[in-house]
Design a protein around this ligand. Structure first.
Ligand code: PA5
Length: 432
């Protein structure tokens, strides 16, 4: 198993009763049955992705072209069309630049004009590729991002070169993005209509940026496959970590009123993972007055920020801490401590030692304060582990939706704001 899920500190004082958990876990059997059936009949194409390599083989020349021709690649899109790629690519770029031989990837998932002005001032558009991602092809934010970039690109490289610099990923329907792409001669890759944005990280939406960044997309899919195979084979839901996780969350909500779920990795390269998870959980489950509110934190940073509230505020949370095997790694932190007795505890220690004890101390303190805490641990974060974690949380979300009795794959409530925004735009005075 690529990771281990430890749940004992979800029980006991302040935590979950064994019986409520057992009842919720039993109810996950039907969800697992549904997942098995959907895998079998192909009705949930997300479940077929882990075993596939043919589509990655076809993406490789596209990724190679972007890697060879560009110093910068700008990925336009929002929500599920961006967060998966951001999450995966953080494996390669910790904020200090790309892997050798890879262009710098920039994920622009908002429409703040200042950001775009800064981008255009900072990068050479003649050496920049654009990937425009929208499943529906009709998202106003993504279309406006694209049009602003198109203008800037044409001004720099001319109309004829646009097709060389940009491609789109969208459903194979007659949609506005696809039409625009066609008009400008762009390559259009298909977004599988059966895979929703927030479940699309293993599709070309996440895998193309992953390959451009120089990461091993095949290994990532293999990691996802390991978790999926365990779920498909589990005769008893107790043997399926995503089912156990979903049962914990939903039973803690019912039993202890844990309406908030905090995800707190002690790995900087999982910071974007927290954002991805937050969207997945919130948009999939927050329906009909149900759901729990996902909050992201990062250890150790948030020990100096949110931890006071976690330990001493309302007892309405479940915690998921994520640990790697980090002791003994990193720089020596003991040297400067040699002459100061008050720093003797740091002598002969590494930065990884300190991270290791801090993550364990936080988990123990949360448990001692009656805060239900599960720990997901792995040896070292790489593509395979990332794939496993992504699949774990997608399955956990689908199973939790089943327990709550909501549809994980729709998002009816956000439509209202979109319609209103269009009305406001229509009413707004135009310049000139
Ligand atoms: O997960 C989702 O469905 C959403 O977050 C979408 O990804 C987001 O609204 C963008 O939609 P689209 O890809 O159609 O532009």
């Amino acid at each position: 198993m690529l990771y281990h899920q430890e749940t004992k500190d979800c029980f006991g004082d302040g935590g979950l009763g064994e019986q409520s958990f057992a009842a919720a876990l039993k109810r996950t059997s039907a969800a697992l049955e549904g997942i098995r059936a959907a895998h079998e009949d192909g009705s949930l194409p997300l479940l077929r992705l882990p075993a596939r390599t043919d589509d990655l083989d076809s993406l490789k020349p596209v990724a190679d072209r972007f890697r060879t021709n560009f110093d910068h690649v700008v990925v336009l899109g929002t929500g599920g069309s961006s967060l998966g790629g951001q999450t995966v690519c953080q494996l390669a770029d910790r904020g200090f630049g790309p892997l050798p031989g890879a262009p710098k990837l920039h994920f622009l998932d908002n429409i703040d004009p200042d950001t775009f002005a800064s981008l255009f001032a900072a990068i050479d558009l003649a050496r920049t590729g654009f990937i425009v991602i929208s499943k529906s092809g009709g998202t106003a934010e993504t279309l406006s991002q694209f049009m602003v970039c198109l203008d800037a690109l044409i001004a720099k490289v001319g109309k004829e070169a646009v097709g060389h610099h940009a491609l789109i990923i969208s459903e194979p329907t007659d949609n506005p993005l696809r039409r625009l792409g066609l008009e400008w001669g762009l390559t259009a890759l298909d977004h599988d209509p059966g895979i929703g944005g927030r479940f699309s990280v293993l599709s070309p939406v996440g895998m193309l940026p992953c390959m451009i960044a120089g990461l091993d997309a095949y290994a990532l899919r293999a990691g996802a496959a390991e978790v999926l195979d365990i779920a498909l084979a589990a005769g008893d839901p107790a043997d399926c970590p995503p089912a156990v996780g979903a049962a914990l969350s939903i039973a803690l909500l019912g039993d202890r009123g844990a309406g908030t779920t905090v995800i707190m990795p002690y790995v900087d390269r999982l910071a974007s993972f927290g954002a991805w998870y937050q969207q997945l959980w919130a948009e999939s489950l927050g329906k009909d007055g149900k759901g729990t509110t996902p909050v992201r934190a990062i250890g150790t940073t948030d020990q100096h920020s949110q931890l006071q509230l976690y330990l001493d505020g309302p007892r309405d949370k479940m915690f998921t801490l994520m640990f790697s095997d980090i002791a003994g790694t990193g720089g020596d932190i003991g040297k400067g401590a040699a002459n100061d007795a008050s720093l003797a505890y740091l002598a002969d220690r590494t930065m990884g030692d300190l991270m290791d004890v801090e993550q364990r101390a936080t988990a123990a303190t949360l448990a001692a304060n009656g805060c239900p805490t599960r720990i997901i641990s792995f040896v070292r974060l790489d593509e395979k582990v990332m794939g496993a974690l992504l699949m774990h949380f997608m399955l956990e979300t689908v199973i939790a939706a089943h327990l709550l009795g909501v549809d994980a794959f729709d998002q009816p409530a956000v439509e209202q704001g979109k319609v209103l925004a269009r009305e406001y735009l229509a009413q707004m005075d135009k310049p000139g």
